[in-house]
Design a protein around this ligand. Structure first.
Ligand code: TYD
Length: 208
């Protein structure tokens, strides 16, 4: 399985993963590469169900949610028509807004570590993950100006726990996959330049 063009962006709510994924995808395309821009939870029926639970429209046990995130991820990878593995095997870049590290950081707040790690143990690791690190007080302030529906995790106590879990998860994974922490308090363009600087360097090293 060739995962050398598989890029993930992670961070607490409001850290800018969606904006930065989109900027990176646009930049890759501008440079002439084929890129798939995608996110988790996905836009599939499983992802829609997850979003309904996050917006408290549908009740669910936290462990059910952990299973659903893992099922959504499995389909996202292996769906024979729309899956990321297919795109990677065709030589496309895949820019993914949240992946298994989100489950390891968020679901372990309310579920056992064993369950969440077991559910996410067999997913392929990305080539590189950018951790957009930000103080939750700033990120929640950013979210409060958005015009979107509130979700269950968007409060300070939860986000503080998620941030420290991310730091723990990335220290565990840093020997197995590349993790780059980026100061997400910088402005949008500065964060993008930092990410693009690293990706463009890899591209030039890989080309003959
Ligand atoms: P988010 O990226 O904010 O999606 P949207 O813009 O569609 O609301 O993700 C929704 C929430 O889901 C966010 O709080 C992070 C959380 N999440 C998990 O708890 N576990 C996961 O595995 C993933 C992918 C996301």
């Amino acid at each position: 399985m060739n995962t050398s063009r598989f890029i993930v962006l992670e961070g607490i709510d409001g850290s800018g993963t969606t904006t930065q994924s989109s900027l990176l995808h646009d930049r890759l395309q501008k440079e002439g590469f084929t890129s798939m821009l995608t996110c988790e939870p996905t836009r599939s029926p499983i992802g829609d169900l997850i979003r309904s639970i996050l917006r408290t429209k549908v009740p669910a046990h936290p462990e059910t949610l952990a299973y659903l995130f893992a099922a959504d991820r499995h389909d996202h990878l292996y769906n024979p028509e729309t899956g990321m593995i297919k795109a990677l095997s065709q030589g496309h870049w895949v820019v993914l807004d949240r992946y298994m590290f989100s489950s390891l950081a968020y679901q372990t707040v309310q579920c056992s570590r064993d369950l969440v790690y077991t559910l996410n143990n067999n997913f392929p690791l990305p080539e590189i993950t950018f951790f957009l690190d930000l103080n939750p007080e700033i990120s929640l302030q950013r979210i409060s100006t958005r015009d979107s529906e509130r979700e269950i995790y968007e409060h300070i106590d939860f986000q503080l726990k998620v941030r420290s879990r991310y730091q723990q998860v990335f220290s565990e994974y840093s020997s197995r996959t590349e993790i780059v922490a980026v100061d997400a308090s910088m402005d949008q363009d500065a964060v993008h330049q930092k990410i693009w600087g690293i990706i463009s360097q890899r591209i030039s090293m890989a080309s003959p």
